[in-house]
Design a binder for this molecule. Structure first.
Ligand SMILES: C[S@@+](CC[C@H](N)C(=O)[O-])C[C@H]1O[C@@H](n2cnc3c(N)ncnc32)[C@H](O)[C@@H]1O
Length: 271
């Protein structure tokens, strides 16, 4: 029985698709990832956590003779992806309901696995990465794009990270977990990938409307929660690591600070 998250709600799925389509920073990150992929156009690709197919739609023009499979456990998200497919075509694009941790795909058949803005939602990230490795051919590649938290440099940073994760978990449930970049590397390594390469993608915001910041509504809530924290050290560190604490009265939520996304690739070497 699949667990219900906001992604299982049809209204949320539609709203998510509309908002993501308007997000310039997310679009720029996806374009950067596609530049790094250097596609030949004939690859067999899996999008793990495909959602409403936004990343797939960006990849398809570069895969004229390839195949793209989008896997996601939320039927509501796949339904919206299917509507786009009907409207815009995509005869080489297939949608499958399933989890990264148990991919409904054959062993050793794919050239590339991508997972974009999704891994932080996976309950068992390590298991999903092992599955990604299983379905890749030898020499095949994985590319992850995901928001990352700061490295746990000391106890204050660890407390700030906990505060942030707790705020996001109120909406997305206990499985939600953003990793620091070093841990993202580590879980790829533990899943058996080699030639692991990371390209941190920092995004900076100056008084931007929270709507324009990826997951901005939650980051604004995290900034408010940090602002109410009893420890001045935690308040200061949150502001240093992420966003300034907002004033109590603000007509429209805005954010000033930074966020980092991790672009991480790995390769399936020979066994
Ligand atoms: C924030 S959305 C991102 C969707 C898409 N990649 C995009 O960038 O628009 C996260 C997606 O991850 C999916 N997801 C959550 N847990 C998953 C799992 N264990 N395996 C595969 N996908 C999962 C959710 O259903 C959701 O559609």
């Amino acid at each position: 029985m699949s667990r219900r998250t906001p992604f299982h709600d049809h209204n949320h799925a539609r709203d998510f698709d509309r908002r993501m389509g308007q997000s310039n920073s997310r679009t720029a990150l996806i374009e950067e990832m596609i530049r790094h992929l250097k596609l030949r156009g004939t690859e067999k690709v899996l999008d793990m956590g495909a959602g409403t197919g936004r990343v797939a739609r960006a990849l398809l023009p570069d895969l004229p003779r390839g195949v793209l499979v989008g896997v996601d456990p939320a039927p509501a998200m796949l339904h919206v992806a299917g509507e786009h497919k009907t409207e815009e075509g995509g005869r080489n694009f297939f949608l499958v309901c399933g989890r990264g941790e148990n991919l409904p795909l054959k062993t050793g058949t794919l050239d590339l696995v991508v997972s974009v803005f999704s891994l932080h939602h996976f309950k068992r990230k390590g298991a999903a990465l092992k599955e990604a490795r299983r379905v890749l051919r030898t020499g095949g590649k994985i590319m992850i794009l995901d928001p990352v938290v700061r490295e746990p440099s000391d106890a204050v940073e660890t407390e700030v990270t906990q505060l942030v994760q707790n705020v996001f978990r109120r909406t997305h449930g206990p499985e939600f977990c953003m990793l620091p970049l070093s841990e993202l590397r580590q879980i790829l390594f533990m899943a058996g990938f080699v030639e692991i390469t990371t390209w941190p993608q920092p995004l900076v915001f100056y008084g931007d409307s929270a709507d324009k910041v990826p997951m901005g509504k939650h980051w604004y809530e995290a900034a408010q929660t940090a602002g109410a924290h009893r420890s001045a050290e935690v308040r200061a560190r949150f502001a240093q690591s992420y966003f300034q604490i907002p004033p109590e009265e603000e007509p429209e939520p805005t954010l000033t600070g930074s966020l980092t996304f991790g672009l991480v690739s790995g390769c399936k070497g020979g066994d």
